[in-house]
Write a protein that binds this ligand. Structure first.
Ligand SMILES: [Zn+2]
Length: 303
């Protein structure tokens, strides 16, 4: 953590003045990603106020807490984050905060045997992009429901009912996805994106997944990575590759160009929302909308 943030935390923890939250005395939940905030809104409804620190287009692997974030975190009644090292640069802040208030890593709601192990990364290294398997996200929703019900005992019944309703909608979403991906012939089910965000999607819905950059966007991709991917594209006559809303499109554009030089035309099949949702107030600014958009885009481009 840099020195500025460290002293910021010390000052805030010491209890100096901070802005008053304008949320009419509601139970205050602060989340890292928008996907988590969306689930909290569905489950906590009118009993909670929710703030996501990472907005549209923000890359959680690289995101650093701002001073405003530290105020929001200190004001929160409950802090929810993805964990499994998704929030690479915020881990230390969240750990320090956990000594002072309820801070929950939702990755812990998933049994380790359901997580994707990263080969060559040591025994306990797992893929953090759990929202891309809707059945895993149901467990996350249930964990959020349990936590909110425990912390808001007066509203327990309502929160349980909201959780049940949300999980039912997630099940519908799951069968919608299975139905749509069935339109893509088996041999075209290769999903090629800028970074390895779609491993769980691939496992759940039957796609072979390749990313240029690996699980985190922290590492750089090199010419070797581009060559490897171009080779796969030309070998498998892949029709489309995808850019991500939270990662620069440069790498994917280089892949398209590389394939062209080898005489294979591959097009950019569209934008996928990977580690952040779309603009608030639009359908893509919700978890369900983001998933439907991705599935629609993938199916239209590859079928
Ligand atoms: Zn990612």
């Amino acid at each position: 953590m840099n020195r500025f943030l460290y002293f910021g935390l010390v000052l805030i923890f010491a209890g100096c003045t901070r802005p008053q939250a304008d949320d009419q005395g509601k139970f205050r939940v602060v989340t890292t990603t928008g996907m988590i905030a969306d689930a909290v809104k569905e489950i906590g409804r009118e009993y909670v106020s929710v703030k996501a620190l990472m907005g549209p287009g923000v890359d959680p692997h690289l995101y650093k807490a701002t001073q405003g974030d530290l105020f929001s975190l200190m004001d929160a009644d409950l802090v929810l984050y993805n964990g499994i090292h998704l929030e690479g640069k915020m881990g230390e802040v969240l750990e320090k905060l956990a000594r002072r208030k309820p801070v929950l890593s939702l990755g812990k709601a998933i049994p380790p045997e359901k997580l994707l192990h990263l080969s060559g990364e040591g025994e306990a290294a797992y893929d953090p992009h759990i929202w891309f398997d809707v059945s895993l996200w149901q467990r996350v929703a249930e964990a959020i429901g349990q936590k909110l019900a425990a912390m808001l005992p007066d509203k327990q019944m309502e929160i349980h009912a909201n959780t049940t309703a949300y999980v039912a909608r997630l099940r519908e979403l799951e069968s919608h996805i299975h139905g749509r991906v069935a339109e893509v012939p088996q041999e075209h089910r290769i999903l090629l994106t800028a970074h390895d965000a779609f491993g769980y999607f691939g496992r759940a819905y039957g796609f072979r997944v390749m990313g240029l950059q690996g699980i985190s966007t922290v590492g750089e991709y090199g010419l070797g990575d581009i060559r490897r991917v171009v080779h796969t594209i030309t070998q498998n006559r892949i029709k489309a590759v995808f850019v991500e809303s939270s990662v620069s499109p440069r790498a994917i554009e280089a892949v398209v160009e590389g394939a062209k030089q080898r005489g294979h035309l591959v097009r950019i099949g569209g934008h996928l929302f990977s580690d952040a949702m779309g603009q608030p107030g639009t359908s893509k600014g919700t978890y369900m909308g983001m998933m439907r958009h991705n599935v629609y885009t993938i199916v239209q481009a590859l079928k």
